[in-house]
Ligand binder design. Structure first.
Ligand SMILES: [Fe+2]
Length: 318
């Protein structure tokens, strides 16, 4: 049974006159940094192979990742959360049920080659999103040089061939001297596989990586994963991460049936914050999740006349 318990403390209108249309693109750009979708709206780059391919340390048939936790609790290292969306080659469709098989070294740069520690597979949800929590991989020697910290991925869209590659992290001093991670053009171009990690304020690094592979899924409106700038948008959701409550400011640009709801990472609705006919205006809602709502990632989704105009990822912590 899904919980739909959302508590709306108030719905406040503020003046639309402060909303300058000229500011909207900038506002949307700022929001993109918090959005689960790609940071560049116009970029659609098919995910490339890694020059080193699978590497020597893959173990077949890893277990399923439970509760998004790849690393066991107590695993030494810096906590890290990687999430993103899997789409088809022209980024027009999100791919549900794609298998995302990951493995990486532990904090000391060692692989578990006898069992499945830090090895597992997950599937994208109904909206094509995946997420897993782990620790930042340590570096290991490859000849005389350390390989940059990396995560191995095998991505398989339903009915399609597997793409095997590796993910790296911006600022890693070993990237320029690594034979694979330093490649910035051609078949093994790694430049779209080097992502930024940000501390979420509680010591956990967060990174977003969208994966583009051969596959079939559900149609994405060209703009809907980011924002329909002409219909409405979520300006802000904060604090993020949040504990007891999160304040969401959104704008409706035309009178419409407006929905604002919270979904968990599996794509299940956990709260309905707004569902009514609203006039064009700016609104503010506070969500105070009940005690049964676990910590983790949530998506706040704004719909206008049932068209999803904006997703925003937030995380609940203690
Ligand atoms: Fe490796």
């Amino acid at each position: 049974m899904k919980s739909e318990k959302g508590r709306r403390d108030f719905l406040k209108k503020t003046s639309l006159t402060t909303l300058s249309l000229g500011l909207l693109p900038l506002a949307s750009q700022q929001l993109l940094g918090n959005d689960l979708s790609t940071n560049d709206v116009n970029a659609c780059n098919p995910t490339t192979l890694d020059y080193y391919g699978e590497g020597p340390f893959y173990t077949a048939n890893p277990p399923s990742i439970v509760n998004n936790k790849l690393a066991k609790s107590g695993e030494t290292g810096t906590p890290m959360i990687i999430s993103g969306r899997v789409t088809n080659l022209d980024c027009t469709e999100a791919i549900p049920n794609a298998i995302v098989d990951v493995w990486h070294a532990n904090d000391a740069g060692q692989y578990d080659n006898t069992s499945y520690n830090l090895r597992g597979q997950t599937k994208t949800n109904t909206q094509g999103y995946y997420v897993f929590e782990t620790i930042k991989p340590g570096k290991y020697l490859n000849g005389a040089q350390y390989r940059p910290s990396h995560i191995h991925f095998k991505i398989t869209a339903p009915g399609k061939t597997t793409l095997t590659t590796q993910l790296y992290f911006k600022g890693d001093t070993s990237i320029p001297i690594d034979a694979a991670a330093s490649i910035n053009s051609g078949t093994y171009d790694a430049s779209n596989r080097i992502i930024e990690l940000k501390d979420n304020g509680s010591g956990t690094l967060e990174g977003t990586w969208d994966i583009v592979v051969d596959g079939d899924g559900i149609k994405i409106d060209p703009n809907s994963s980011v924002v329909h700038i002409d219909k409405g948008m979520i300006y802000e959701a904060g604090p993020n991460p949040f504990s007891d409550e999160i304040r969401i400011r959104f704008g409706v640009f035309q009178g419409a049936e407006v929905g604002l709801a919270v979904f968990n990472i599996q794509g299940n609705k956990v709260a309905t914050l707004e569902s009514s006919n609203l006039q064009a205006d700016k609104y503010e809602v506070v969500w105070q999740p009940d005690s049964g709502i676990p910590n983790g990632f949530y998506f706040i989704a704004l719909t206008i006349n049932d068209l999803q105009v904006h997703y925003l990822k937030v995380s609940k912590i203690d």
